[in-house]
Design a binder for this molecule. Sequence first.
Ligand code: LLP
Length: 411
Amino acid sequence: MDHFHYKKGELFAEEVSLNDVAKEYGTPSYVYSKATLERHAKAYIDSFDLMDGLVCFSVKALSNITILKTLKNAGCGFDIVSGGELHRAIVAGADPRKIIFSGVGKSKAEMEAGINNDILSFNIESGPELDRLANVAEGLNKIAPVAIRFNPNVDAGAHEFTKTGRKSDKFGVSVESAKILIKKCSESDNLKLVGLTCHIGSQIMELQGFQDAAKQALDLLIELDKLNVVLDFIDMGGGLGVNYIGEDTVQPFQLIKSYEEIFSGRKERLILEPGRSISANAGIMLTRVEYKKDNFLIADAAMNDLLRPALYQAHHDVWPVMKTDNPKEKLNIVGPICETGDFLAKDINIVASQNDLLAVKTVGAYGFVMSSNYNSRPRAAEILVDKDKHALIRKREDYAELIALEDKEDD
Ligand code: LLP
């Protein structure tokens, strides 16, 4: 459920006309609905019943500082994967005790930053990574909190590139290796084991894969009980899919209920790391049609603004900001970039002509964050709508900013 809807044939974000937004800030622009973000965060937070829960929004999905502040105020912690994301979360005023550091390749500097900020946990994915963390913590004369990410060998997720829970994927360690790493933690003076974690993939539309992974986590917890290993939390990652073009989805309360059934009677806290299911439907991208040519609508947004269609052949619905009764046509929406792969939507039924304003839907996750300056195109603006108000939360880049970091001196 989102807050983008037509009023007398004109598309609104909450109570703000998207025509007005385009007039004020130009296109292409990302527009987010605060009410939708808050609603989705609440859908997770309010669903914990039998277990104490913590929702760590996955910053990689949408990392604008104002958005992070909104989600922090709604009660979220954060799942981060880089020093840059840690920096953003801290600037947004996040409670470091609600920050989880995921990812397979943490650098020494990133580990130091995490330890110095006293984050909740480092989710560790290999023996060498655990050794490095112990060394870094020793150097700082501190104790680093650790959760071991196990790989449950579960095949779930929408696209080959976003499946992460199979044995052949680079993520996590086998259950057997996890036990070895857990033992290593107990032998180190600079590591404290606090949790067990996994994340099986993204845009997952069924409960089965989550349940398979949770059952394996439970088996491991029972084995650890026998060794008197006590953990603070079980972190089941993110991955819940959303409705892009009318798909049936699993709701957060169904996912949490299912985890609570599997972990029934356990004392650990349940941490989740949702990204897409909180922010995807909270964002649209406004773009204007520059030209219509045969069955192509050439828009002013391109693959540098929204990479998902080109990278994953992902489908995003596109709605005209002004509805008309004219007959729909089957059209391709493409951008100005010099690549045939530069498209926003293919063979979509839509009514649109030159200068029309379009809204590309469900781009609040993995939209702006994956944008680039390819073809030297300045990055789009980001706008947050709150009821009848709108605010620029990231200004459109200009040409000076485009070359700001480059050497411009004469030889
Ligand atoms: N936790 C970890 C450790 C992750 O790697 C991810 C996403 C999440 C949580 C959040 O997953 P979500 O709830 O958003 O599914 N760029 C791709 C998606 C990549 C997801 C990467 N990891 C896309 O546009 O579909």
